[in-house]
Design a protein around this ligand. Sequence first.
Ligand SMILES: Cc1cc2nc3c(=O)[nH]c(=O)nc-3n(C[C@H](O)[C@H](O)[C@H](O)COP(=O)(O)O)c2cc1C
Length: 264
Amino acid sequence: MININQEKCIGCEECVKDCFPKDLVMKDEKAQATNITCIKCGHCIAICPVNAVSMTDYDMADVKEYDAKTFNIPSETLLNFIKFRRAVRRFKDKPIEKEKIEHIIEAGRFTPTGSNRQPVSYIVVQNDIPKLTGLALESLNQLGKNVVFKLYASRWMKMYEEFLANPELPTSLFFKAAAIVLVVSDSPIDGGLAASSMELMTHAEGLGMFYSGFFVRAAMKNPKIKEFLGIEDTKEVIACLVMGYPDVSYQRTTPRKKAEISWR
Ligand SMILES: Cc1cc2nc3c(=O)[nH]c(=O)nc-3n(C[C@H](O)[C@H](O)[C@H](O)COP(=O)(O)O)c2cc1C
């Protein structure tokens, strides 16, 4: 529920103008919340020039005052950071600090979601990587028998064969990853956007990662994997971030196709 401190409110109307679901109204020259159509996006909190707005649904300690020195990134630096990011699959034998994983998840938590539903959750797998590898490769081996997956079929079946022959060795599913962070949601767009922010944060933390589409495919509608991970029927693993300290360094960016843009 939104609370607008009526003594602090200066009646500037900024929150009312910025309220996308039109939950705020002006009354007696003060802003007031009806708390009917509110989607709890917090724009009213962010915009108020006198910090008169709070919300009972959240921990207000999350809110940070704008600071130009620490909140801005030069656009060229951001673009270079995006260009220099690589899928990292070679990892050191080094665990990832819990605080770094929490920081990465924080980047997901603050990524926008449709109607501000925030329907994204996270599963961190560290100790259970061997068990998850077995379950995923078993699933991919089964999928490999299906003609639809002919591009990867033989590769998946070989990966399973190699795993069964020597379950202790790193596989080309998760390589030598120290942690796997699964992004779970009922919304592919919300989960995907969260994963993208998390990927950037992983690199900002000095770690490396790649997305495992193989694992996402293995887990999709797979009751054994979903039960093992405690994922509800209505949700799926949207993204699988396989991460660790990089055992590889890149010297430059890579080229890409030209953007196909239609200006109208
Ligand atoms: C949706 C998605 C699924 C991917 N799945 C896998 C995967 O299963 N295994 C893997 O090794 N890399 C996977 N990758 C990594 C891509 O191969 C890699 O991002 C791409 O070749 C471009 O290289 P770059 O990330 O270094 O720019 C995936 C990437 C994306 C975006």
